[in-house]
Design a protein around this ligand. Sequence first.
Ligand SMILES: Nc1nc2c(ncn2[C@@H]2O[C@H](COP(=O)(O)OP(=O)(O)OP(=O)(O)O)[C@@H](O)[C@H]2O)c(=O)[nH]1
Ligand SMILES: [Mg+2]
Ligand SMILES: [Zn+2]
Length: 299
Amino acid sequence: MENQGLVISNLGKALAIEIKNPATHNDKIILCKTRRKLGVAVVGDQVLYNPDGEDEGVVTQILERKNLLSRPAKSGRTRPVAANIDQLAVLITVSPSCDFLLLDQFLVVCENSHFEPLLIFNKTDLLSGEESEQLQQSLTPYRKMGYQFNFISAKTGQGVTELNKELIDKRSLLVGQSGVGKSSLTNALLPEKELRVNAVSASSGLGRHTTTAATLFHLPEGGDLIDSPGVNIFGLAGIDERALAMSFRDFQPHLPNCKFNDCRHQRDKGCAILEAVEHSKIAPERYKRFLKLIEKLPR
Ligand SMILES: Nc1nc2c(ncn2[C@@H]2O[C@H](COP(=O)(O)OP(=O)(O)OP(=O)(O)O)[C@@H](O)[C@H]2O)c(=O)[nH]1
Ligand SMILES: [Mg+2]
Ligand SMILES: [Zn+2]
């Protein structure tokens, strides 16, 4: 007998899979083993499994994915992170201070895989007047590119209701540096989160401090939220130099004007990007980070 379920967490040794009971409309979480030859199943995957007793099973197939987000891993390989995502929700804040190189990586991934980025600035309660001003300045280039920021405080709840609207009926992956407040925001949006975390860790027998893996939660008003562990490098798997340049929104209008088709936008003659940087049409920091990201590209 084969059944279908949704992977809500990959716990390493096993997958936590949510299954629906059509009779009771109750969801149930079971633990499934998987086979190496199937490839790695990730949070957001739909899988088929063979039940083994009440609360366990064996995955037999990973169903076709709409998309798959991967991140660089050791020795030039990539590691899948999440599947079937609609939106990347990127958190930044003042403390820890914003890693703009990481932010740019997230934006590149969004642009390249046609995700909407939902940019969230958390911990507004920590902002002093002076910091606020500095911050607005550092965000200006992004605003000019058409990116908007949602200002919230997961602690005080400021802006959380408005943000909630952007999450309804979509599957969002929460990403950002460690400590920006991804789990705090998840908690703020999901009053029943604790229950679920406990359900997963209880069924895995791993105790309750082990949620180092990305975990999917259903939002009360529809849609899913995936809380993921903090990262300092992301995406760029499957992106080459050309795709990188095309994924910089501020580069896009200038790219067709480079003299040579294979322009690398570095020391090339007739490069429209270099010219735009010179004339402050592209922020110099963005251009510097473009060069840094070229170095990070997997080869
Ligand atoms: N002042 C303030 N502190 C916050 C806010 N949101 C989160 N924090 C604090 O920031 C710290 C980190 O929050 P987490 O939610 O654990 O951060 P995270 O992004 O999940 O971190 P990782 O799981 O390590 O990736 C905690 O001490 C939170 O209490 C906020 O809006 N204001
Ligand atoms: Mg967390
Ligand atoms: Zn160029």
